[in-house]
Design a protein around this ligand. Structure first.
Ligand code: SF4
Length: 437
């Protein structure tokens, strides 16, 4: 598995796969081909269908500026994976220098089809929780010590991550007004926070405050402000809200928070390695489900539980998100994303609570690795309309002023669905073969 630096990426919202990844792709292209003065970009799959709502085109133009670029949206462009872009670079004589096909893998990670750029160096020798736990048992390590053994100098980086999370939530708690775009959603974090401050009942106070923190982080993300992908930007509210709560309300030290992020990150990394953290590939179970697992593990760690209970908490956190679809209204990371992060935050606390109390009575029969495998399988079965394409689900039912909604006529839409079905059939076949083996 890769370093946690590749999981917790700091950048501008609203979407790690739709803003951070394309930005990284453009920067990487310019680094390799500095003579390119003009670019043509084709967005395909989910990036084409929800790119406008996610501000992908704005980010690409800003990244290439002052150099010029033309952007085309081709949802049904034939490609190996369902989310990506083609970048063509031209020199001053309009000669094409290079073409790259780049896939957005979720969480800001990318892969370049034409060149092996060693973008995914692995630092951890194990790829499953069962192997990690068994290694820890044999070497008398806990999960924190495991991370610090293999992920060198990660503490300094996680310190930066904490600072950014605290900053993001604080900024969200102090901002009011409408979020950008035609949904005209009002920010609610500040008002909810005030309610929390006024509440006398402690449990109500905690719930309102945690909810306000998650709203704050997600509203900042939806507004295109700086945030931390954990494991994605769409799901960035859960870990940020928990970190803010444990720092400001519970009073944990930064050193303890760093350890919590390390433990939570390990579970996110396992999902990223063995399944997916991309909503376009696996639905929202891959984003908010993974974030909830990370949060559940971190909370169990803060509650001083052993690694077995931490593992159980993470498993509960993701298991009950299985099958969760991704259908952002208008392609904006707002509905259902923001509220879903709030629910995921509260669920992380509940999952840790359940693991601690039920884990004292009986053994957990479902392993974290089992759920990750199941999530991958379920993700392949989720129809393409419900995987960050905004072609179905809430994106279809919830009406709003469609100022920037993509103009997809029936023919184009049918082509897209056909193209995706082909891809989905291939993936399902591969999966079935894997299972027979
Ligand atoms: S529904 Fe979930 S996966 Fe889809 S964009 Fe929103 S947060 Fe991301």
């Amino acid at each position: 598995m890769e370093s946690l630096k590749e999981l917790y990426r700091i950048g501008q919202g609203p979407s790690s796969s739709h803003t951070l990844a394309p930005q990284n792709a453009c920067l990487l292209f310019m680094e390799h081909y500095p003579n390119a003065v003009f670019f043509e970009v084709i967005l395909f799959g989910s990036l084409a269908l929800t790119g406008k709502g996610h501000s992908t085109n704005d980010v690409i133009r800003k990244t290439f500026a002052p150099r010029m670029c033309s952007i085309f949206f081709k949802p049904a462009y034939p490609a190996r994976l369902p989310n990506g872009l083609i970048i063509k670079g031209f020199d001053a004589y309009s000669e094409e220098i290079k073409t790259w096909t780049i896939y957005s893998l979720g969480g800001g990670s990318i892969e370049v089809e034409e060149e092996d750029l060693h973008l995914h160096d692995e630092v951890y020798p194990h790829n499953s929780m069962i192997d990690i736990l068994s290694y820890c048992h044999d070497h008398n390590l806990n999960l924190v010590e495991y991370v610090f053994t293999f992920d060198r100098r990660i503490e300094q980086y996680l310190n930066k991550v904490i600072d950014q999370m605290l900053k993001t939530v604080a900024s969200g708690l102090n901002t009011v007004g409408l979020l950008p775009g035609p949904l005209k959603l009002p920010r609610v974090a500040k008002a909810l926070h005030l309610q929390g401050m006024l509440a006398e009942d402690l449990s109500l106070k905690q719930k309102l405050s945690l909810s306000a923190y998650a709203y704050a982080a997600c509203e900042e993300n939806a507004d295109g402000q700086f945030t931390v992908a954990a494991p994605t930007m769409g799901a960035s509210g859960i870990m940020a809200a928990l970190i803010y709560h444990y720092y400001h309300d519970v009073g944990l030290s930064k050193s303890k928070l760093i350890k919590g992020l390390a433990v939570g990150g390990l579970f996110g990394n396992i999902v990223k390695k063995n399944a997916t953290i991309s909503g376009a590939v696996g639905g929202c179970q891959a984003e908010v489900g993974t974030a909830c697992a990370m949060g559940s593990a971190m909370v169990a760690f803060f509650n001083q539980q052993n690694d077995k209970i931490i593992n159980y908490a993470a498993e509960i956190g993701i298991e009950h998100h299985l099958g969760l679809t991704c259908d952002p209204v208008g392609g904006y990371v707002m509905i259902p994303c923001i509220e879903r992060n709030v629910v995921g935050t509260l669920r992380a606390i509940d999952s840790a609570f359940l693991a601690q109390h039920v884990g004292a009575i009986k053994l957990n029969r479902v392993s974290f690795d089992d759920v990750v495998k199941t999530m991958q399988y379920t993700g392949l079965k989720i129809p393409v309309e419900l995987k960050e394409t905004s072609l179905g689900g809430l994106a279809k039912e919830v009406k709003f002023d469609e100022e920037v909604n993509l103009e997809i006529n029936k023919k184009t839409k049918d082509n897209i669905l056909e193209r995706y079905r082909d891809l989905s059939d291939i993936l399902n076949e591969d999966d079935d073969m894997d299972r027979k083996d």
